[in-house]
Design a binder for this molecule. Sequence first.
Ligand code: RB5
Length: 144
Amino acid sequence: MKISIGSDHAGFEQKELLKAYLEELGHEVVDRGCYSEERVDYPDHAVPVAEDVAQGDSERGVLVCGTGIGMALAADKVAGIRAANIINPQFAQLCREHNDCNVITLSGRFVEFEENKRILDAFLTTEFGGGRHAGRVCKIMELD
Ligand code: RB5
C-alpha cells in the first residue's frame, strides 16, 4: 500500500520509527516531513499528507504530533479526508470499520511505539464495513 506520513517535532522520533516499520511490512512510504526535531507547525505537515490521500496519490495517511489532536483537526479540513486521532488498537479497528477513516493521527508523546505499531496494524488491515455505516459516512462527506 502507498502511505503518506508526516509529523511535527513532537512526533518526529516516532514518525521515523513508524516509517521504518511500515517499510519493513512492504509498504511504499512517502515522507512529508518534518525532517528533524526543530520546532515546526503541525498543519504544515498535516496538509501535504491529507492532500496526497485526497488526490489519490496515497491510499492512506499517517500523522504524528504530541497528542495527535492538532494533526486530526488540520487534516480533516481537507476535502475528502476522514482523519481520526487514535490511541488504542480497538479504536483503530472501529475508525476503519465504521468511519472508513483514510488518515490516522497518532500521539508521539503519550502512546508508546509498540502500541502505535499495533494501532497501525489494525488501521491498515481493517476494511470498511459498509452497510448501515455507508450512508452515515456519505452524510459526513456531503459536508465538505
Ligand atoms: C506541540 O507542542 C504540540 O502542540 C503538538 O505536537 C500537538 O500535540 C498538537 O495537537
